[in-house]
Design a protein around this ligand. Structure first.
Ligand code: AHR
Length: 502
């Protein structure tokens, strides 16, 4: 007999809202993410936004999009990317394959993209090779009603200022963003941020380039040297956390996206679960300086990073996306939900064709492929702006060799209409897990669910078989009492259930 796990959802409790921005995304000038991804040439050679991609992202209610990098952000000079496209100065993308881009995708094109998506823009400004003036003028160009930059914007065809809520001051300034020490970056941050003004009704949420992984020294220097000195200058600190696995422990020796064994499955999920600890450590440092939680933790790059696909340009970070990526996304999003009091935004890297992508395109191909990770965002979208609910979960164990991780991982929320949304992942690749779920405080009238699973751990979608991994109706549940349900979660699955109130 299968062990029965107990789950209690306190549906009448909860005080923290899960920001929809936790379900955000990120695009960089890198490989086929923008050029050849979102941004395609038509038969006449003219660039345009790909509408099928826009439609697919609207369906999962994409709340925001970060651009233009990544490492590329600290190389990018925005004025080269405005004005008539054919007159723009090209850029050599030195970080990512040294390809030459014609700069046809610039500020106006990005803003048109986020408008088409119905998403909020999150722009990362250049600290590493830029100046405070260049960054300040970009904000002015985008958001001011009048003045020299607003006039330039109007000459380029945009009369009204845009609204830009999120602004990043550099990216990975400890690495590709300038190889700085935290104290030096904190000084620079204060200098750059001083000139990022709120024009008209626009209010900038300014985000400092934060640490990688669990480097709390960087976080604590920013809290001490920026927040404590000038609290109004910094609204968020970013953190980057990638899930990568390697048998040798070396960055350049990462394991492939497909064809892995159970060790690869287990290690991927174990590393994804460690995100919880990473967030706890940064939060503990932030709480010391900021117990009122005024500064947000912004996980503006996360996801699985595998070895490049055989035959692809290694600088383009092309990788397949399997059921394992889906489970990693499910676990990560559950973790973000639980940390919603401090984690105000997160951005998966990198939307189309790059790293843990939601969508794959192929040259000459008219259709797109939705990856298993895309489907997880679809299953989780009901959490956006809902109230996080406390849950008690007897998660059991999934053992591999001498090690074990919790077999189940869940989060729950309640929306404005009182419907409760539960997302629960079974990490065990072999065994169905039976859960007795009790909802406290509501009497559901109706339950609906969907499940994402597949036969193989590395099942994935391709142009030839685009629907191998996709959600289907979840029917393996039954009411066993008032507000009590037995759920049979298939091995290696993600299940999303909505309990509608009477
Ligand atoms: O997402 C790929 C790269 O990872 C980004 O450019 C950089 O910020 C990080 O190291």
């Amino acid at each position: 007999a299968q062990p029965t796990h107990r789950l209690v959802i306190h549906a009448d409790q909860g005080r923290v809202q899960i920001s929809r921005h936790i379900y955000g995304h990120f695009i960089e000038h890198l490989g086929y993410g923008i050029y050849g991804g979102f941004w395609q040439r038509d038969a006449q050679g003219r660039w345009h936004l790909r509408q099928d991609i826009v439609d697919a992202l609207r369906r999962i209610r994409i709340p925001n999009l970060r651009w233009p990098g990544g490492c590329f952000a600290d190389l990018y000079h925005w004025k080269d990317g405005i004005g008539p496209q054919e007159q723009r100065r090209p850029i050599l993308n030195a970080f990512w394959g040294q390809v030459v881009e014609d700069n046809s995708f610039g500020t106006h094109e990005f803003m048109a993209l986020v408008e088409a998506l119905g998403a909020e823009p999150y722009i990362a400004g250049n600290v590493g090779s830029g100046t405070p003036r260049e960054m300040a003028e970009w904000v002015e160009y985008l958001t001011a009603e009048d003045g020299p930059m607003a006039r330039l914007r109007k000459q380029n065809g945009r009369e009204q200022p845009w609204r830009v809520p999120f602004w990043g001051v550099g990216n990975e300034s400890w690495g590709c963003g300038g190889n700085m020490d935290p104290e030096y970056y904190a000084d620079l941050y204060r200098r750059f941020a001083t000139y990022l003004f709120n024009y008209g009704g626009n209010r900038l949420y300014k985000i400092a380039a934060g640490p990688a992984d669990a480097d709390t020294t960087w976080t604590s220097v920013l809290m001490r040297d920026v927040f404590r000195r000038n609290p109004g200058l910094m609204q968020g600190i970013s953190v980057h956390y990638y899930t990568w696995i390697s048998k040798t422990g070396r960055w350049n020796d990462k394991e492939p996206a497909t064809g892995f064994d159970e060790w690869g499955w287990f290690k991927g999920l174990q590393k994804a679960l460690f995100l919880d600890e990473v967030l706890r450590r940064h939060e503990a440092v932030m709480d010391r300086y900021d117990p009122e939680k005024r500064v947000g933790l912004i996980v503006d790059e996360w996801g699985m990073w595998h070895a490049p696909e055989p035959g692809s340009n290694p600088a383009f970070l092309v990788q397949q996306n399997t059921l394992r990526d889906a489970l990693v996304a499910a676990v990560s999003l559950n973790i973000f939900n639980h940390h919603a009091e401090r984690v105000r935004m997160a951005n998966l890297a990198q939307t189309i064709n790059v790293l843990q992508a939601l969508i794959l395109t192929r040259e000459g191909e008219e259709t797109i492929v939705l990856t298993p990770t895309y489907h997880v965002f679809d299953l989780y979208k009901e959490h956006q702006d809902a109230t996080l609910l406390p849950v008690e979960l007897e998660a059991g164990e999934y053992r591999y060799g001498d090690e074990a991780i919790p077999a189940l991982n869940a989060s729950a929320s309640r929306n404005a209409e009182g419907a409760v949304h539960l997302t629960i992942a079974n990490l065990d690749p072999h065994q169905e897990r039976v859960v007795q779920a009790r909802l406290e405080g509501i009497q559901p009238a109706r339950v609906e669910g969907r499940v994402l699973t597949a036969e193989a751990m590395d099942a994935h979608n391709t142009f030839e078989a685009p629907d191998r991994v996709r959600p289907v109706a979840f029917t393996a549940y039954r009411a066993v009492g008032d507000g009590v349900y037995e759920l049979r979660l298939p091995a290696r699955s993600v299940v999303a259930l909505t309990f509608y109130p009477r």
